[in-house]
Design a protein around this ligand. Structure first.
Ligand code: CA
Length: 701
């Protein structure tokens, strides 16, 4: 082909492109996303910009005006489980997701609903969701809205109508994979990972063509358990670096974990995508890898080329993880002066309690310092970049009461960074946890496979140990100086599981709390300058945008996630209420309707008995049920089993636990894991807890 024809063909295709109508909504492309920081009106991707700083240049709402912040509009959803999404706002339309991966579009100024989409995830998949059936939001690109559904589908919707454009299954659905994280789009490719390492899966990130849904590449974070190549982007590097870091057979049954379930960031100049990888599967390194080897690429930040998934560098925060110390937490890019040099850094506060500042071109450790009190390590060796572990922290011989807990010093709740203050605002927590080797561990397909004895943490009611643990549990909003590696100020919260953060050029930091208070703090000193009571718990991070000269702040409300399910006894005792989106602006006077509390259900258990064993039931409950239904049968964030009609007879109980009558709500049949007798013993235990609760109520009167 001669030069002339090439130019001719190019001109023709350019003309064709110019004549084709562009998308009516969701007009996001590489140019807009790369320049997103200057576009203060919109919030076009999960962390607002590719650097994921969650900092808005908007200043209308500021320390002087914030007192006038009121509700502009609100919307109530059809689910009362946790809401983790960050709403995106593009050219006047707000896109958000709710629990069970449902997608909604609203007029961002008026709140008028535009469309909604329900992927109709099978309730059964709820069993594979360690940490609630949540979703953290969508990505938008070239007229399409992308959502990762809990069952592993990646779905592209028309941004104007909500109609499905394409849908692909990104996981082996026979395995306990879930998607809760928000996709990101880089250079026309949709990046999506998954979760499931508590149950036993092999982690990876996939890239799909945004227009067609065709898979472009996949990067596995752990070696192939069968020792063969995957035909994936990770083949070469896994053979080079990861292969000799895994031992024994444990990981081969679970896939090893390392799931890429949340954080991503992108540097367009270096053309590097940063991903965070999860914990080992099972958690216990003894059970996973015979107590040997670093297990690459678990608990790491991995830098990849977005075009083809080529490996660039990695930094492992917790080698040989044995505590569920994932490094999937928020990854954030920034530029700052360190020791008199301008550095381009990547920052992370992963679960293990250290705040890391790395060079983002090379992965070199610049500094690391613990941002909360920790017990498992005394520091990070500056030369090797490895943590200096405390002997015994690995609970190989004796149980260890360690901090952080598997909840982490910081979990998925987004941080925010103010370049004005050079501070990272971390939604942190101090939670201890009893780690104990499970001597009887065997892998059970599809079930909770962590290799630690969950009975070790099953502290009885009123127990002095539980009170002592409760006293140690705290939530904090920490304003962290990443250069000095120390807190400039800290706000203490009464409960440990609080919400994600937003920082603005109005010198404000916004954060919601477990008690349901949405507050604004002065970014400089942490003084509280405004607050609003939602009457429901908050875990999501807010986003902000501007339309017709007015600044809005959008927040998803609804308590849930991992901690309220398993550790409810340490969190507010609150009835579940439908989730909401509440949008604020200066002078907003909209009323948010009251949400009446339902009467607590009472059942008469006079004469109701069980042939089961309460003692057996206690152990079985904590091995099978407590991760979702809470220690000592909570009844706070899932229906209260202590007042459930299920208890009235052995038949009622069996119809749910063994026959799966409530599968659509997420309560699967346990027939593969429990015999009828074992199930009945759990009923006997729940009956005993119900009688105890009734006696305590009578005493209280
Ligand atoms: Ca985990």
């Amino acid at each position: 082909m001669g030069k002339f024809t090439i130019i001719g063909a190019l001109t023709a295709s350019l003309l064709l492109a110019a004549c084709q109508p562009g998308p009516k909504a969701g007009k996001v492309d590489a140019v807009r996303l790369t320049a997103a920081d200057a576009d203060s009106s919109n919030w076009m991707s999960y962390g607002r910009t590719y650097s994921e700083q969650r900092f808005s240049p908007l200043t209308q709402v500021n320390t002087d005006t914030v007192a006038k912040l009121g509700v502009a509009w609100s919307h109530e959803f059809d689910t009362d489980r946790g809401q983790e999404a960050t709403p995106l706002i593009i050219d006047g339309t707000l896109y958000t997701t709710t629990n069970w991966s449902k997608v909604y579009a609203f007029d961002a100024k008026t709140g008028a609903p535009k469309w909604s989409y329900d992927p109709k995830v099978d309730g059964k998949r709820g069993f594979s969701a360690c940490c609630d059936t949540v979703n953290r939001g969508v990505a938008v690109w070239n007229g399409m809205v992308y959502v990762g559904a809990l069952d592993g589908r990646l779905i592209a919707l028309d941004a104007e109508t909500g109609k499905v454009k394409w849908s692909v299954v990104t996981v082996d659905q026979s395995k306990p994979y879930t998607i809760t994280g928000a996709p990101r789009v880089i250079k026309g490719k949709v990046m999506i990972g998954n979760g499931g390492a508590e149950y036993g899966v092999r982690g990876y990130l996939s890239a799909y063509d945004a227009a067609t849904g065709k898979m472009a590449w996949r990067f596995y974070t752990t070696p192939n358990p069968e020792g063969k190549p995957d035909g994936a982007a990770s083949d070469k590097i896994l053979a080079e670096k990861a292969k000799g870091t895994w031992f024994g057979e444990g990981w081969k049954k679970t896939g090893g974990g390392g799931t890429v379930w949340d954080a991503m960031a992108y540097d367009p100049d270096l053309d590097i995508l940063y991903i965070g990888t999860g914990n080992g599967s099972p958690w216990n390194h003894l059970k996973r890898s015979d107590g040997k080897g670093d297990n690459l690429f678990l608990s790491s930040i991995v830098a990849l080329k977005p075009d083809n998934g080529d490996y660039v560098w990695h930094y492992q925060t917790t080698p040989a993880d044995s505590w569920d110390y994932t490094a999937t937490q928020h990854i954030m890019l920034a530029e700052m002066d360190i020791d008199g040099k301008a550095r381009k850094v990547v920052m992370q506060a992963p679960k293990n309690g250290f705040f890391y500042v790395l060079d983002r071109a090379t992965g070199e450790l610049i500094s690391a310092k613990n941002y909360i009190p920790i017990t498992w390590a005394t520091g990070v060796d500056q030369k090797t970049g490895r943590p200096i572990e405390v002997p015994g922290a690995r609970y190989e011989k004796n149980p260890a009461l360690a901090m952080p807990a598997p909840y982490g010093g910081h979990n998925w709740h987004p941080m925010a960074y103010s370049p004005k203050e050079n501070l990272v605002y971390i939604p942190a927590m101090t939670v201890p946890f009893g780690y104990m080797d499970d001597g009887k561990y065997t892998h059970q397909q599809g079930k909770w496979n962590v290799g630690i004895d969950t009975l070790a943490t099953a502290l009885p009611d009123g127990d002095a140990a539980r009170k002592a643990v409760k006293a140690m549990m705290k939530g904090h909003l920490i304003a962290w100086d990443p250069v000095a590696q120390k807190a400039r100020w800290t706000v203490e919260h009464p409960y440990f599981w609080n919400a994600g953060v937003l920082a603005t050029a109005g010198d404000l930091v916004f954060q919601g709390s477990a008690e349901g208070v949405f507050a604004a703090y002065n970014a400089k000193d942490g003084s509280k300058v405004w607050s609003y009571k939602t009457h429901n718990g908050i875990i999501a991070a807010p986003s902000t945008y501007s339309i017709d000269g007015e600044q809005y702040i959008a927040l998803m409300v609804g308590y849930g996630g991992a901690a309220p399910l398993a550790a409810n006894v340490f969190l507010p005792d609150r009835q579940r209420l439908p989730g909401r989106l509440i949008v604020f602006k200066l002078g907003g006077t909209a009323k948010v309707p009251e949400q009446p509390l339902a009467e607590k259900m009472q059942i008469d258990l006079t004469g109701v008995t069980s042939k089961g064993s309460v003692t057996d039931g206690f152990a079985l409950y904590h091995a099978n049920c407590s991760v979702c239904h809470g220690a000592s049968v909570s009844g706070t964030y899932l229906p209260d089993l202590k007042t459930s009609p299920m208890l009235l007879s052995a038949e009622n109980w069996k119809s749910v636990v063994i026959d799966g009558a409530r599968q659509p709500m997420g309560m699967i049949s346990f027939k593969d894991y429990l015999t009828n007798d074992q199930s009945e013993s759990i009923r006997a235990y729940v009956l005993s807890e119900s009688a105890k609760a009734k006696a305590e109520m009578a005493k209280a009167k």
